[in-house]
Design a protein around this ligand. Structure first.
Ligand code: ADP
Ligand code: MG
Length: 346
Protein backbone atom coordinates (compact mmCIF):
# COMPACT_ATOMS: atom_id res chain seq x y z
CA UNK A 1 0.00 0.00 0.00
CA UNK A 2 2.98 2.30 0.62
CA UNK A 3 3.34 4.96 3.30
CA UNK A 4 1.53 8.24 2.71
CA UNK A 5 -0.21 10.92 4.75
CA UNK A 6 -3.88 10.48 5.57
CA UNK A 7 -6.03 13.25 4.08
CA UNK A 8 -6.96 16.17 6.36
CA UNK A 9 -10.62 15.29 6.52
CA UNK A 10 -9.89 11.78 7.75
CA UNK A 11 -7.35 13.04 10.30
CA UNK A 12 -10.00 15.39 11.65
CA UNK A 13 -12.49 12.55 12.02
CA UNK A 14 -9.91 10.28 13.62
CA UNK A 15 -8.86 12.79 16.26
CA UNK A 16 -12.31 14.33 16.86
CA UNK A 17 -13.76 10.93 17.66
CA UNK A 18 -11.32 10.68 20.54
CA UNK A 19 -12.17 14.08 22.00
CA UNK A 20 -15.94 13.70 21.64
CA UNK A 21 -16.53 10.08 22.57
CA UNK A 22 -20.20 10.42 23.50
CA UNK A 23 -22.84 12.98 24.29
CA UNK A 24 -21.53 13.22 27.84
CA UNK A 25 -18.06 14.21 26.70
CA UNK A 26 -19.51 16.76 24.24
CA UNK A 27 -21.46 18.35 27.09
CA UNK A 28 -18.44 18.15 29.41
CA UNK A 29 -16.42 20.22 26.94
CA UNK A 30 -19.11 22.89 26.63
CA UNK A 31 -19.58 22.98 30.39
CA UNK A 32 -15.86 23.43 30.92
CA UNK A 33 -15.81 26.27 28.40
CA UNK A 34 -18.68 27.92 30.26
CA UNK A 35 -16.86 27.56 33.58
CA UNK A 36 -13.62 28.87 32.08
CA UNK A 37 -15.54 31.92 30.83
CA UNK A 38 -16.18 32.93 34.44
CA UNK A 39 -19.92 32.28 34.26
CA UNK A 40 -22.01 32.33 37.42
CA UNK A 41 -25.01 30.68 35.76
CA UNK A 42 -25.06 27.82 33.27
CA UNK A 43 -28.16 26.27 31.73
CA UNK A 44 -28.02 23.00 29.85
CA UNK A 45 -30.99 21.88 27.73
CA UNK A 46 -31.38 18.48 26.08
CA UNK A 47 -34.06 17.58 23.58
CA UNK A 48 -35.06 13.92 23.51
CA UNK A 49 -31.99 12.78 25.38
CA UNK A 50 -29.89 15.08 23.22
CA UNK A 51 -30.72 13.18 20.04
CA UNK A 52 -32.49 16.28 18.68
CA UNK A 53 -30.14 18.86 20.11
CA UNK A 54 -28.26 20.13 23.12
CA UNK A 55 -27.59 23.67 24.19
CA UNK A 56 -25.33 25.09 26.88
CA UNK A 57 -25.83 28.72 27.82
CA UNK A 58 -23.62 30.76 30.12
CA UNK A 59 -23.40 34.32 31.37
CA UNK A 60 -19.61 34.43 31.20
CA UNK A 61 -17.23 36.76 29.38
CA UNK A 62 -18.55 36.10 25.87
CA UNK A 63 -16.38 36.23 22.78
CA UNK A 64 -15.36 39.40 20.95
CA UNK A 65 -15.87 39.60 17.21
CA UNK A 66 -12.18 39.45 16.32
CA UNK A 67 -11.87 36.12 18.17
CA UNK A 68 -14.91 34.68 16.46
CA UNK A 69 -12.92 34.42 13.24
CA UNK A 70 -10.57 31.92 14.87
CA UNK A 71 -13.00 30.02 17.01
CA UNK A 72 -13.50 26.31 16.31
CA UNK A 73 -10.27 26.03 14.39
CA UNK A 74 -8.23 23.11 15.60
CA UNK A 75 -5.83 23.97 18.41
CA UNK A 76 -7.01 27.56 18.57
CA UNK A 77 -7.32 28.61 22.20
CA UNK A 78 -7.26 31.76 24.30
CA UNK A 79 -6.02 29.77 27.30
CA UNK A 80 -2.37 28.99 26.55
CA UNK A 81 0.27 30.35 24.20
CA UNK A 82 2.69 27.46 24.43
CA UNK A 83 3.20 24.09 26.07
CA UNK A 84 5.12 25.58 29.01
CA UNK A 85 2.01 27.44 30.12
CA UNK A 86 0.71 24.09 31.40
CA UNK A 87 2.98 24.59 34.42
CA UNK A 88 0.67 27.32 35.53
CA UNK A 89 -2.68 26.31 34.09
CA UNK A 90 -5.82 27.44 35.90
CA UNK A 91 -8.42 26.70 33.26
CA UNK A 92 -10.18 23.42 32.55
CA UNK A 93 -9.50 23.65 28.83
CA UNK A 94 -6.25 24.41 27.03
CA UNK A 95 -5.97 22.07 24.02
CA UNK A 96 -8.19 24.18 21.74
CA UNK A 97 -9.79 21.19 20.10
CA UNK A 98 -13.21 20.73 21.70
CA UNK A 99 -15.21 23.06 19.46
CA UNK A 100 -13.31 21.96 16.36
CA UNK A 101 -13.99 18.31 17.22
CA UNK A 102 -17.65 18.96 17.93
CA UNK A 103 -17.97 20.77 14.58
CA UNK A 104 -16.42 17.77 12.83
CA UNK A 105 -19.05 15.44 14.32
CA UNK A 106 -22.20 17.58 14.55
CA UNK A 107 -23.77 20.88 13.53
CA UNK A 108 -22.82 23.63 15.94
CA UNK A 109 -24.32 27.09 16.35
CA UNK A 110 -23.00 29.78 18.62
CA UNK A 111 -24.49 33.02 19.91
CA UNK A 112 -22.30 35.29 21.97
CA UNK A 113 -21.90 38.78 23.31
CA UNK A 114 -18.94 40.15 25.22
CA UNK A 115 -20.72 43.29 26.41
CA UNK A 116 -24.39 42.39 26.65
CA UNK A 117 -25.34 44.66 23.76
CA UNK A 118 -23.69 43.76 20.50
CA UNK A 119 -23.90 40.05 19.83
CA UNK A 120 -23.27 37.60 17.03
CA UNK A 121 -24.84 34.38 15.93
CA UNK A 122 -22.97 32.00 13.69
CA UNK A 123 -22.90 28.54 12.27
CA UNK A 124 -19.55 27.26 13.53
CA UNK A 125 -19.30 24.67 10.77
CA UNK A 126 -19.28 27.51 8.23
CA UNK A 127 -16.72 29.26 10.36
CA UNK A 128 -14.34 26.43 9.66
CA UNK A 129 -14.84 26.64 5.92
CA UNK A 130 -14.70 30.40 5.49
CA UNK A 131 -11.39 31.19 7.16
CA UNK A 132 -11.07 34.89 7.77
CA UNK A 133 -14.49 35.70 6.41
CA UNK A 134 -17.27 37.05 8.64
CA UNK A 135 -20.02 37.10 6.01
CA UNK A 136 -21.93 34.39 7.87
CA UNK A 137 -21.95 36.32 11.18
CA UNK A 138 -25.39 37.60 12.07
CA UNK A 139 -25.41 40.70 14.25
CA UNK A 140 -28.02 40.81 16.96
CA UNK A 141 -28.68 42.04 20.47
CA UNK A 142 -27.78 39.34 22.99
CA UNK A 143 -27.19 39.13 26.75
CA UNK A 144 -23.57 38.89 27.90
CA UNK A 145 -22.34 35.34 27.61
CA UNK A 146 -22.35 32.49 25.16
CA UNK A 147 -24.81 29.90 23.95
CA UNK A 148 -23.59 26.87 22.05
CA UNK A 149 -26.05 24.50 20.46
CA UNK A 150 -25.20 21.26 18.69
CA UNK A 151 -27.43 18.96 16.67
CA UNK A 152 -27.05 15.65 14.82
CA UNK A 153 -24.19 14.41 16.94
CA UNK A 154 -22.26 11.64 15.15
CA UNK A 155 -24.24 12.10 11.91
CA UNK A 156 -21.07 11.13 10.04
CA UNK A 157 -20.01 8.24 12.29
CA UNK A 158 -22.80 5.71 11.62
CA UNK A 159 -21.76 3.16 14.23
CA UNK A 160 -21.61 5.74 16.98
CA UNK A 161 -24.84 7.42 15.90
CA UNK A 162 -26.65 4.08 16.03
CA UNK A 163 -25.15 3.29 19.40
CA UNK A 164 -26.14 6.73 20.70
CA UNK A 165 -29.72 6.38 19.48
CA UNK A 166 -30.05 2.91 20.95
CA UNK A 167 -28.56 3.81 24.31
CA UNK A 168 -29.58 7.45 24.64
CA UNK A 169 -31.55 6.91 27.86
CA UNK A 170 -28.52 5.26 29.44
CA UNK A 171 -26.23 7.99 28.11
CA UNK A 172 -28.56 10.52 29.65
CA UNK A 173 -27.89 9.15 33.13
CA UNK A 174 -24.18 9.75 32.45
CA UNK A 175 -24.99 13.34 31.51
CA UNK A 176 -26.90 13.86 34.75
CA UNK A 177 -24.01 12.37 36.77
CA UNK A 178 -21.56 14.63 34.94
CA UNK A 179 -23.60 17.74 35.66
CA UNK A 180 -23.90 16.75 39.29
CA UNK A 181 -20.12 16.54 39.54
CA UNK A 182 -19.53 19.96 38.02
CA UNK A 183 -22.38 21.44 40.04
CA UNK A 184 -20.79 20.25 43.26
CA UNK A 185 -17.31 21.45 42.38
CA UNK A 186 -18.26 24.96 41.27
CA UNK A 187 -20.07 27.78 43.07
CA UNK A 188 -22.31 28.55 40.11
CA UNK A 189 -26.01 28.14 39.42
CA UNK A 190 -26.33 25.14 37.17
CA UNK A 191 -29.51 23.75 35.67
CA UNK A 192 -30.38 20.86 33.41
CA UNK A 193 -33.66 20.72 31.55
CA UNK A 194 -34.80 17.83 29.46
CA UNK A 195 -37.54 18.05 26.84
CA UNK A 196 -38.98 14.65 26.09
CA UNK A 197 -41.50 14.74 23.24
CA UNK A 198 -41.88 18.48 23.90
CA UNK A 199 -42.71 17.88 27.56
CA UNK A 200 -40.41 19.84 29.81
CA UNK A 201 -38.77 18.07 32.68
CA UNK A 202 -36.31 19.84 34.94
CA UNK A 203 -33.77 17.30 36.03
CA UNK A 204 -31.29 19.33 38.00
CA UNK A 205 -31.08 22.69 39.65
CA UNK A 206 -28.15 23.40 41.88
CA UNK A 207 -26.62 26.46 43.43
CA UNK A 208 -24.86 27.54 46.59
CA UNK A 209 -21.71 29.36 47.52
CA UNK A 210 -20.67 26.57 49.92
CA UNK A 211 -19.91 23.01 48.88
CA UNK A 212 -22.16 21.65 51.62
CA UNK A 213 -25.12 23.61 50.19
CA UNK A 214 -24.47 22.17 46.77
CA UNK A 215 -24.22 18.64 48.14
CA UNK A 216 -27.58 19.29 49.83
CA UNK A 217 -29.06 20.44 46.49
CA UNK A 218 -28.10 17.19 44.85
CA UNK A 219 -28.23 14.55 47.56
CA UNK A 220 -30.64 16.16 50.02
CA UNK A 221 -30.11 17.89 53.35
CA UNK A 222 -30.33 14.57 55.17
CA UNK A 223 -27.16 13.36 53.47
CA UNK A 224 -25.17 16.34 54.67
CA UNK A 225 -25.80 15.29 58.27
CA UNK A 226 -23.86 12.09 57.59
CA UNK A 227 -20.76 13.89 56.38
CA UNK A 228 -17.55 15.08 57.97
CA UNK A 229 -15.77 18.18 56.83
CA UNK A 230 -12.25 17.65 55.53
CA UNK A 231 -9.86 20.58 55.50
CA UNK A 232 -6.30 19.36 55.57
CA UNK A 233 -2.95 20.97 54.85
CA UNK A 234 -0.50 18.72 53.07
CA UNK A 235 3.11 19.60 52.36
CA UNK A 236 2.26 19.64 48.67
CA UNK A 237 -1.11 21.37 48.90
CA UNK A 238 -4.51 20.95 50.52
CA UNK A 239 -7.27 18.41 50.65
CA UNK A 240 -10.75 19.74 51.33
CA UNK A 241 -14.37 18.70 51.05
CA UNK A 242 -16.64 16.18 52.76
CA UNK A 243 -16.55 12.46 53.47
CA UNK A 244 -18.98 10.05 55.16
CA UNK A 245 -18.70 9.89 58.93
CA UNK A 246 -17.34 6.53 59.90
CA UNK A 247 -20.73 5.21 60.99
CA UNK A 248 -22.59 6.53 57.97
CA UNK A 249 -20.98 4.92 54.95
CA UNK A 250 -22.94 3.73 51.96
CA UNK A 251 -23.75 0.18 50.97
CA UNK A 252 -23.37 0.17 47.24
CA UNK A 253 -19.82 0.79 46.10
CA UNK A 254 -20.91 0.82 42.45
CA UNK A 255 -23.26 3.78 42.74
CA UNK A 256 -21.94 5.85 45.62
CA UNK A 257 -20.53 9.24 44.72
CA UNK A 258 -16.75 9.23 45.26
CA UNK A 259 -15.79 12.44 43.56
CA UNK A 260 -12.17 13.48 43.54
CA UNK A 261 -10.97 16.67 41.90
CA UNK A 262 -7.53 18.16 41.44
CA UNK A 263 -7.70 21.94 41.39
CA UNK A 264 -11.45 21.59 40.83
CA UNK A 265 -11.02 19.38 37.79
CA UNK A 266 -12.84 16.07 38.29
CA UNK A 267 -10.28 13.30 37.79
CA UNK A 268 -10.12 9.53 37.60
CA UNK A 269 -7.29 9.00 40.03
CA UNK A 270 -7.87 5.46 41.21
CA UNK A 271 -4.74 5.42 43.38
CA UNK A 272 -6.02 8.27 45.54
CA UNK A 273 -9.61 7.02 45.63
CA UNK A 274 -8.36 3.57 46.66
CA UNK A 275 -6.22 5.05 49.42
CA UNK A 276 -9.15 7.01 50.85
CA UNK A 277 -11.48 4.00 50.71
CA UNK A 278 -8.85 1.79 52.37
CA UNK A 279 -8.49 4.17 55.31
CA UNK A 280 -12.26 4.35 55.62
CA UNK A 281 -12.50 0.54 55.70
CA UNK A 282 -10.36 0.51 58.83
CA UNK A 283 -13.19 2.26 60.62
CA UNK A 284 -16.15 0.80 58.81
CA UNK A 285 -15.68 -2.74 57.60
CA UNK A 286 -18.91 -3.14 55.71
CA UNK A 287 -19.51 0.15 53.95
CA UNK A 288 -17.81 2.53 51.57
CA UNK A 289 -17.65 6.31 51.95
CA UNK A 290 -19.47 8.98 50.00
CA UNK A 291 -17.04 11.80 49.35
CA UNK A 292 -16.49 14.99 47.43
CA UNK A 293 -12.87 16.01 47.82
CA UNK A 294 -10.71 18.54 46.07
CA UNK A 295 -6.95 18.31 46.11
CA UNK A 296 -5.27 21.66 45.61
CA UNK A 297 -1.83 21.27 44.08
CA UNK A 298 0.66 23.46 42.31
CA UNK A 299 -0.13 22.97 38.58
CA UNK A 300 3.58 22.38 37.92
CA UNK A 301 3.45 19.27 40.15
CA UNK A 302 1.32 17.22 37.78
CA UNK A 303 0.75 16.57 34.10
CA UNK A 304 -2.87 16.88 33.04
CA UNK A 305 -2.23 16.32 29.36
CA UNK A 306 -2.37 12.52 29.48
CA UNK A 307 -5.72 11.82 27.80
CA UNK A 308 -7.84 14.10 25.56
CA UNK A 309 -10.52 14.31 28.27
CA UNK A 310 -7.86 15.39 30.82
CA UNK A 311 -9.39 13.12 33.41
CA UNK A 312 -6.17 11.26 34.10
CA UNK A 313 -3.45 13.17 35.88
CA UNK A 314 0.15 12.13 36.27
CA UNK A 315 1.37 13.23 39.69
CA UNK A 316 5.10 13.84 39.80
CA UNK A 317 5.28 12.79 43.43
CA UNK A 318 2.42 10.32 43.67
CA UNK A 319 4.06 8.14 46.33
CA UNK A 320 4.40 10.99 48.81
CA UNK A 321 1.00 12.46 48.01
CA UNK A 322 -0.65 9.09 48.67
CA UNK A 323 1.18 8.73 51.98
CA UNK A 324 0.20 12.20 53.04
CA UNK A 325 -3.42 11.64 52.10
CA UNK A 326 -3.46 8.33 53.98
CA UNK A 327 -2.12 10.00 57.14
CA UNK A 328 -4.36 13.03 56.82
CA UNK A 329 -7.57 11.06 56.30
CA UNK A 330 -6.62 8.78 59.19
CA UNK A 331 -6.33 11.88 61.40
CA UNK A 332 -9.82 12.98 60.30
CA UNK A 333 -11.38 9.72 61.45
CA UNK A 334 -9.31 9.49 64.63
CA UNK A 335 -10.46 12.93 65.67
CA UNK A 336 -14.07 12.24 64.78
CA UNK A 337 -16.25 12.86 67.76
CA UNK A 338 -17.58 9.36 67.92
CA UNK A 339 -20.60 9.61 70.16
CA UNK A 340 -23.51 9.13 67.79
CA UNK A 341 -24.49 5.46 67.76
CA UNK A 342 -25.43 3.83 64.50
CA UNK A 343 -28.97 4.86 63.58
CA UNK A 344 -30.68 6.76 60.88
CA UNK A 345 -28.93 9.99 59.99
CA UNK A 346 -29.57 12.53 62.80
P1 ADP B 1 -10.10 25.32 24.84
O1 ADP B 1 -11.19 25.32 25.86
O2 ADP B 1 -9.14 24.20 25.06
O3 ADP B 1 -9.42 26.64 24.70
P2 ADP B 1 -12.24 24.99 22.91
O4 ADP B 1 -12.28 24.45 21.54
O5 ADP B 1 -13.09 24.34 23.93
O6 ADP B 1 -10.72 24.98 23.41
O7 ADP B 1 -12.61 26.53 22.84
C1 ADP B 1 -11.84 27.38 22.02
C2 ADP B 1 -11.86 28.81 22.53
O8 ADP B 1 -13.17 29.35 22.34
C3 ADP B 1 -11.58 28.97 24.00
O9 ADP B 1 -10.19 29.06 24.24
C4 ADP B 1 -12.31 30.27 24.33
O10 ADP B 1 -11.52 31.39 24.03
C5 ADP B 1 -13.48 30.26 23.37
N1 ADP B 1 -14.73 29.79 24.02
C6 ADP B 1 -15.32 28.59 23.85
N2 ADP B 1 -16.45 28.51 24.58
C7 ADP B 1 -16.59 29.68 25.23
C8 ADP B 1 -17.55 30.21 26.15
N3 ADP B 1 -18.59 29.50 26.56
N4 ADP B 1 -17.34 31.47 26.62
C9 ADP B 1 -16.28 32.20 26.21
N5 ADP B 1 -15.33 31.75 25.35
C10 ADP B 1 -15.48 30.51 24.86
MG1 MG C 1 -12.67 23.91 25.97
Amino acid sequence: MGIKSIDDNSVTLLTSGQVVTGIDSAIKELLENALDSGASAIDVVLENYGRDGVSVKDNGCGIVKSDLLNIAQRHATSKIDSFNDLNNIHTLGFRGEALASLCALSHVFLTTSADGMEGYELDLNLNLKNLGDDSHFKRLAAPKGTLVRFEDLFHNLPVRRKDFEKNSAREFTKVVALLQEYAMLNPVRLSLEHFLKNKRQRTLQCQGTQLIQRIACIYGAKRTKTLLKVDLKLSSGELSGYISKRDFGMGDAATVCQLLAINNRPVKQTSIVKTIVEVYKQYNLTETPFFVLNLTLDPSSYDVNVTPDKRVVLLHDEYNILNEIRDAITRVFKSEDHVVPRSDPP
